[in-house]
Ligand binder design. Sequence first.
Ligand SMILES: NC(=O)c1ccc[n+]([C@@H]2O[C@H](COP(=O)([O-])OP(=O)(O)OC[C@H]3O[C@@H](n4cnc5c(N)ncnc54)[C@H](O)[C@@H]3O)[C@@H](O)[C@H]2O)c1
Length: 333
Amino acid sequence: MGKIKFGVVGFGHIGKRHAAIIEGHEACELIAVADSDPEAFKDTKTLQYADLSSLLKAHSEIDVICVCTPNYLHSKHSLEALEAGCHVVCEKPMGITSEDCQSIIESAEKNDKHVFCVMQNRYSPPSVWLKEMVESERLGEIYSVDISCYWNRDQRYYLPKTWRGVKEFDGGTIFTQFSHFIDMMYWLFGDVTNVTSRFHNFNHSELTDFEDSGHVLFDFQKAGKGSFTFSTSTWNRNLESSITILAEYGTIKVSGQYMEEVVHCEVKDYEMPDLPPTNPPNNYGAYKGSAANHHYVIQNVVDKLNSNQAITTNASEGKAVVEIIEKMYKQGS
Ligand SMILES: NC(=O)c1ccc[n+]([C@@H]2O[C@H](COP(=O)([O-])OP(=O)(O)OC[C@H]3O[C@@H](n4cnc5c(N)ncnc54)[C@H](O)[C@@H]3O)[C@@H](O)[C@H]2O)c1
């Protein structure tokens, strides 16, 4: 079987990570990268293009494009790659409107191509364990699910001004910082309804066009009540991202900076197994992101294309997360 041929558009922080993982995978080959900023290429010898169109035109042999550009360009670049006959790995969030996501779904169907959304926290051992706990129905009725994300994103992150913090390019903090945790909630408990939100801007008015913090209440469509509290105003560094589940037969809390550790598990007739350690977070120097699990995403592409295994986060799930975020913003004040 020949190697799977990749291109990467957006060769910034995360595009470079995609490229390095592709280059290190024996079943993959990195053909070329595209970025509008020539500075992005300064430490690479990989074949370079100034835009995705030129890259696609020059390389009809490419099988997969990783879309690693700013949030507002995910749909544009995904559509361009799909129309050129490539599969797409789309960084989170899949788009900043559900209409954008829908157009990607329709193009993927029309062109008979796959879309892999990047939600790499799903691969962390506590996430895999939580999924099994919920699906086994060992917890009985779910009463409430509370998610708290207290992170730091200050001038070290937002300056110099790029796409980050600009409403039309970034979307907002729930899209950029916390969509992983909305995905986790959706993956475990499904869609939400009766959403009410309150947003605040404590100390980002000079840095962003939008809120830095919020309190959101909702009901799960299946069962149970939920809340999501978030902030990027935590002083100096991230505090935590946690999920607390109260259920008929047990109480669980997964916490740490990016939900990497089960800190409480008390469940009827159940003994908590030892879990393997979670990978460290993506480290961007002054600030830290979610788990460094992108190699699992590229492995999923290989497994799907070579062995027809399931896609871990497909396009309809990517869209569902964007729809939940839209509900939170629409119902907010
Ligand atoms: N999964 C994760 O944990 C994770 C982590 C970090 C970033 N991301 C996502 O990845 C995306 C990029 O984030 P980043 O931190 O790498 O940002 P970045 O600013 O470091 O990189 C974006 C790159 O895209 C380039 N670019 C902009 N417009 C372009 C265009 N029209 N054509 C080609 N290149 C263009 C920029 O020059 C830049 O090099 C965002 O959507 C972000 O949400 C995901």
